[in-house]
Design a protein around this ligand. Structure first.
Ligand code: UDP
Ligand code: MG
Length: 314
């Protein structure tokens, strides 16, 4: 059995289309399947559409959050509610073409535990694809796991891989990194980028920036080390500078009062200290969130009467 996991946040305009397209593909291929919709605190008609679909089609399951918890939490909820032998995570805006499903399932049947659908960036705004590719170059240099440009959350996971993901309980989830971290046999298949079917992208500039920082911080402590290195480098340079000034003073007497050098040294050091503090603060912030052990999401409503209590609590 295959579980399709579809996080939705204000997706009333595309939900029917998504449901119909996916259902068509699944029926044509005679898969046994369920579609797990996760309503991530939508403020539009998303939930009532899901309820309606759930009544009409017993293969439609939905979970509805009490507020917007973000796509990461929505995917996690979908994973922990899903029952399939393989799970496919898909966006509901049809940017992840359902026509890829048969190829993904085939790769799964041939023994892959993760089948990753990789898109090219055709049709995306120049600035966004430029920033993204720069980001991936940077992150692969700094981070312990390898991430690939164009690889998103659209993928098939075997039950084994899902269970491994669910065993990682960290609060700050960066799925792209976690997918790569758990390992297993992977296969990549490519597809053409499509633009959103209807509705708007839920990512603002700042949410992308925050997502980017999460990716770097949640995987290692290299940024912390980097700030230590740069701090040491500046201190060493400073010591040499002071020695050189002392020699000059002994040989030629006191110069014009060095206002400029003084102020530039203060600024440089101040800057480095702030960077270092910021980096340390980021890590402490993470520790703070992790120690609270809050749940990743709160379910306000669902049509899972048969789900066991333990599954509900993950
Ligand atoms: N999404 C979500 N919670 C959020 C933001 C987005 O569940 O807080 C869902 C959204 O409904 C969609 C998917 O995540 O199914 C991808 O969102 P979007 O299309 O806005 O992102 P983009 O394709 O622009 O990266
Ligand atoms: Mg999208």
């Amino acid at each position: 059995m295959i579980s399709i996991i579809a996080p939705c946040y204000n997706e009333q305009d595309v939900l029917y289309d998504f449901y119909q397209t996916v259902t068509k593909v699944m029926k044509e291929n005679q898969y046994s399947y369920e579609i797990v919709f996760v309503n991530d605190g939508s403020r539009d008609q998303t939930l009532s559409i899901l309820k309606e679909l759930g009544e009409k089609d017993r293969r439609v399951q939905y979970i509805s959050f009490s507020r917007n918890f973000g796509k990461e939490s929505a995917m996690l909820a979908g994973l922990s509610y899903s029952k399939g032998d393989a799970v496919i995570i898909m966006d509901t805006d049809l940017q992840h073409p359902p026509s890829m499903i048969p190829r993904m399932v085939e790769a799964f049947q041939n023994g892959s535990d993760q089948v990753i659908a990789k898109r090219n960036r055709a049709g995306e705004s120049k600035s966004r694809s430029w920033v993204s590719s720069l980001y991936y170059k940077l992150i692969n240099r700094f981070v312990d796991v390898q991430l690939e440009d164009g690889v998103g959350d659209f993928r098939l996971l075997s039950r084994k891989a899902v269970d491994s993901l669910l065993s990682l309980s960290e609060y700050n989830r960066f799925s792209k990194g976690l997918f790569s971290w758990i390992g297993y046999k992977q296969e990549i298949i490519e597809y053409e980028n499509v633009s959103r079917h209807a509705g708007d992208s839920k990512w603002s500039f700042f949410s992308l920036l925050n997502y980017g920082i999460d990716g770097i911080i949640s995987f290692n402590n290299k940024p912390l080390r980097l700030s230590i290195y740069s701090g040491v480098a500046v201190m060493v340079a400073d010591v040499f500078y002071v020695l050189w000034m002392l020699v000059k003073i002994f040989l030629g007497g006191v110069d014009v009062p060095g206002y400029f050098t003084l102020i530039s040294a203060i600024l440089l050091l101040g800057g480095i200290q702030l960077v270092a503090l910021g980096v340390i603060g980021e890590y402490i912030g993470r520790i703070y969130y992790e120690t609270k052990k809050r749940p990743h999401y709160i379910v306000a409503d669902d049509n899972y009467t048969q789900v066991s209590q333990s599954q509900n609590k993950i």
